[in-house]
Design a protein around this ligand. Structure first.
Ligand code: GEK
Length: 242
């Protein structure tokens, strides 16, 4: 696995973060060393999806990157006639993801789509996964996207929403941010890398609180929206449409 050292040398100007070819080349290493719980989340998302997937429905992996969630869904969902729609708006991600899925052996059929998740139709869905993608959607477009996901889900369907979040009060947030930075340091990132990456993500990754996410999900119509996973300031919510 190629190692992420994109922010290792001092930069005069840190440009806003983009999912370009340089990021794609080191992405698996970057996400594993940066997101606490990421490798544990993948099979657990597959397990939850296998409970909610319905025969002859679609499962969506929105912001699929290199297809890690898609692969977990393909391996674990057993329902007849299910298809996966995996979407990302980064051409470099989609190209590499196609290669990875092509080599991944038997499993559910996958439709790989290069598009903005705010623009694609969501229909006949039983499972929708947003695994650390929603945080990159501009805040003004968030309510509408969640509403479209709710409308596109079948009754009994689920949305799994994993996000980096803000906690209240500020002292708790500061502690969890510090623990996240300790996690990155323990995984070999230097203070310079941590601080330059943080600058690159400013205004690109916009976090909200868990209550803000839950209020939006309930407003859209979800009857439940519960926290099922937390590792420091990274969480996953399970929202169900009755
Ligand atoms: C995983 N889910 O490995 N439309 C489509 N794709 C988008 C959009 C958008 N509007 N905004 C961002 N992306 C993956 C990890 S990474 C998380 C998801 C991270 C895509 C973007 O191109 C990138 O591939 C992905 O969302 C976010 O489980 O890097 O922290």
């Amino acid at each position: 696995m190629a190692q992420d050292n994109l922010y290792a040398s001092q930069k005069n100007i840190v440009a806003p973060f983009e999912f370009d070819e340089a990021v794609v080349a080191v992405f698996p290493d970057m996400i594993e060393r940066s997101v606490p719980g990421y490798t544990l989340l993948l099979p657990l998302i597959g397990q939850i999806a296998s409970r909610y997937a319905q025969p002859h429905s679609r499962c969506y992996d929105l912001g699929c990157s290199l297809g890690a969630v898609t692969l977990a869904l393909r391996q674990q969902i057993q329902q007849p006639g299910c298809r996966i729609t995996a979407v990302d708006n980064s051409p470099a991600m989609i190209e590499k993801c196609r290669e990875i899925i092509g080599r991944s052996g038997p499993g559910l059929p996958v439709d790989l789509v290069e598009a903005d998740i705010c623009q694609i139709p969501i229909r006949n869905a039983s499972v929708v996964v947003l695994n650390f993608t929603f945080q990159f959607v501009p805040p003004a477009q968030r309510d509408e996207l969640i509403q479209r996901i709710y409308d596109g889900l079948r009754p009994g369907g689920t949305l799994i929403l994993s996000e980096k979040v803000i906690f209240e009060p500020p002292e708790l947030d500061a502690l969890l941010v510090t623990l996240h930075h300790d996690f990155k340091r323990a995984n070999g990132y230097s203070d310079l890398e941590i601080s330059q990456k943080r600058t690159a993500l400013e205004n690109v990754l916009v976090s909200e609180t868990v209550p803000q996410h839950q209020a939006r999900l309930r407003q859209a119509g979800f009857t439940s929206a519960d926290l099922w996973f937390q590792a420091f300031n990274f969480v996953s919510l399970l929202a169900v449409k009755e």
